[in-house]
Design a protein around this ligand. Sequence first.
Ligand SMILES: *Cc1c(COP(=O)(O)O)cnc(C)c1O
Length: 384
Amino acid sequence: MPPTPPRATPSPPTTEPLAPALFPTSAYAASTPNEAARRARKPRVADFYTRLGNPTVQAFADAVAELEGAEAGLCSASGMGAVSTVVLGLCSQGDHIVTQRQLFSSTTQLFESVCPRFGIEVTFVDAGDTPGLVAAAAARPTKLLFVETPANPTLEVVDLDAVGASAAEVTAVDSTLAGPLVQRPIGAGIDLVVHSATKSLAGHNDATLGVLAGEKTLVNELWQYATIHGACASPYDSWNGLRGLKTLELRVERQCATAEAVAGWLATRPDVATVHYPFLACSPHHGVARRQMTAGGGTVSFVPRGGFDAAVSCVGSLDVALLAPSLGGPETLVNHPASMTHASLTPEQRAAAGLDDGLIRLSIGLEPLEAIIADLERGLSSAT
Ligand SMILES: *Cc1c(COP(=O)(O)O)cnc(C)c1O
């Protein structure tokens, strides 16, 4: 017999702990068969079996739902777990989805290659064309209108009020690049908001986590599907997520302020061809962005003059910005999609997604603005 370690019992604490409790348990023991049966039948049960629910995981989902002004939240093992739960939990054979051409790469793959296998038809419209998205959802019965704003990595902004008022049966927004302190899709009439909490919400590059939030009945329906899909969140990652939320406001404020300054600086450079940032006055999305966002977000994308080669040389010469495929954490990260996250696509496929081969995506961290600008100065001069 292996030794039995002492078990944590859920006795009420006599003093208030400052950190939330972590319950790594995968199952709970019931005291009677009746009690076990009651828990097995309870929707959103958090004290039966962790794939169905767990108190630490639920605490993170509840905290995000509150930030979003939503009735209920549901966690998943990653942002893609949340996106897949929305799409496959809602849509059946014969259903129609409208979405945008510019999306996070794995979300594009879900719509382009998984949905057709299940007989779900998807119409793609340019992200910058909100009236086109809304019209496509009105042209025929549409189960789901799914948008991502700002879009990763090209930072197009979709008008949330227009999406919220659309004829689609359900509307969903991937709000990862903005987050609940920058935009609140539920307030714009959107049914579901989705996040890769791996990014800014957990915020420390130490959790792989997704979350969705919306009306309780809809979230409960998705929970039913999610228990079968099986992409349930880890209690440990949810616990790191709860830790991350404590400093979300400070991090986001700092990152947005630095990002706006970096975008403004890049826009003055003769060796930079294009800068994408929603709060730049020269952005085609500036008006909508100022209306629905409190800040421009922590991500900036730009194209140096000289295309692919200049971009590779630039990202290879950066010291402060680390070459890594994520965003929203404390370290400034740089991604060159054409040679990194989107290298497996052909140049034609990248062009169809509106992705310039010279595009560089910067996720602004917590370093001083001067250090980031000096780094970019070094990178850009290496390319010329
Ligand atoms: C990263 C990301 C995702 C996927 O999240 P994972 O946690 O990596 O599964 C989805 N949407 C956007 C906008 C993202 O940036």
